[in-house]
Design a protein around this ligand. Structure first.
Ligand SMILES: [Zn+2]
Length: 369
């Protein structure tokens, strides 16, 4: 971590521990979901934040979207530098409760989402709008530093994005990570074009369902994999052209048949070792594979002859830019809504994570306040 990132992270921690120490002084309290040890989240009370400072707004959180990054954080990850207790919640929607000095364009009562990567705003990547490549990022909220799982928080206004009319809090809560990640993968990285064929792995997941809908919305042919027949029917209902139950059929063979041995233009990956090589095999010559996760493990081996002879392009993708979040919200406003599996209350946050971990979901799990 460089000097800037350290300063931001230390400021963040110092502010919070100051407010934790302020508990005895009769400050107003708010609810917060705090990770206190691996696989142990407690619903606690913490002092509410002070009035927002210059350039900040205060947000009342209404809904949180759960993602695999929450599961990783909950299980504990050796490589993640962080201190517990840590407030969980990596993507959220809420409404503005107070506006600090020197903030333009945001008013009390506005529905908003917030970008949870603490980027520097000044490095080359940030200036070019490639926020998720920030050279000085001070951490991801809800994972490295305190997140959105609390009634109130103050945020710099530059991270706050208005929610367009007609989009509710549960749907909007899926914009900063789930939808924006898919938007970034499909359109910035894989450069998916109308009329192309895409293989979406794990089509029942939060991002899988979003990928199916976004690809269909521009007129692509979508082939997707799921783990049971019930999910297959749901994926079909979302518009997937072909659904493969990977527990019954080898998806590589089915894709080959469906594409008359040509292969797909794009493979959308996030499963990892279990499917990665199969996804590569499904690509046509010059095809693109884009991946944002590896839920089935960390490593795999690939055939380098195949990689260069077939001229595959492989994109690693993590997070999204603020522009991707805005674009995602605009898609929601035009009717392309996330698929919500379940909504749970704050007290059931861990049950939501366990459901996500068990892969029994079809779509997103939302925690409501
Ligand atoms: Zn930066």
């Amino acid at each position: 971590m460089n000097a800037f990132a350290r300063t931001v992270a230390e400021h963040h921690t110092a502010t919070l521990s100051a407010s934790r120490d302020g508990r005895e002084k009769g400050t107003a309290l708010m609810r917060a979901l705090t990770l206190v040890a691996d696989r142990k989240i407690e619903l606690t009370e913490l002092p509410a934040p002070p009035a927002p400072a210059a350039g900040e707004v205060q947000i009342g959180i209404k809904a949180i979207g759960l993602n695999h990054i929450d599961v990783w954080g909950w299980r504990g990850m050796a490589f993640a530098k962080r201190k517990m207790p840590l407030i969980v919640g990596a993507e959220a929607a809420g409404e503005i409760r107070a506006v600090g000095p020197e903030v333009a364009g945001l008013r009390v009562g506005d529905p908003v989402v917030a970008y949870g990567g603490l980027t520097c705003a000044t490095c080359k990547a940030c200036r070019e709008g490639r926020d998720n490549l920030c050279e000085n990022v001070a951490g991801i909220m809800g994972f490295h530093v305190d997140g959105f799982g609390r009634d109130l928080l103050n945020m710099p206004a530059r991270f706050v994005i208005p929610v367009p009319p007609g989009v509710n809090f549960s749907d909007a809560a899926c914009a900063p990570i789930a939808f924006a990640t898919v938007q970034h993968m499909l359109f910035d990285n894989a450069k998916l074009e109308p009329g192309e064929t895409i293989l979406v792995q794990a089509g029942g997941s939060g991002i899988g369902t979003a990928a199916i809908k976004m690809a269909k919305a521009i007129g692509c042919t979508v082939i997707t994999t799921v783990g049971d027949d019930e999910k297959a029917a749901k994926a079909k209902a979302l518009g997937a052209d072909h659904v493969i139950n990977y527990r019954i059929e080898r998806f590589e063979g089915v894709v080959r048949k469906l594409t008359a041995k040509k292969g797909v233009d794009v493979a959308f990956e996030h499963v990892g070792p279990d499917t990665f090589n199969g996804s590569l095999l499904c690509l046509k010559r010059g095809g693109r594979l884009v991946t944002c996760g590896s839920t089935s493990g960390q490593s795999t081996t690939i055939n380098l002859f195949q990689l260069y002879l077939q001229q595959y392009r492989i994109f690693g993708s993590f997070g999204a830019s603020i522009r991707n979040v805005r674009d995602s919200l605009a898609k929601m406003a035009s009717g392309l809504l996330p698929v919500i599996d379940t909504e749970v209350t704050l007290a059931d946050f861990e049950r939501g994570l366990a459901r996500l971990e068990s892969r029994q979901v079809f779509g997103k799990i939302i925690v409501t306040f």
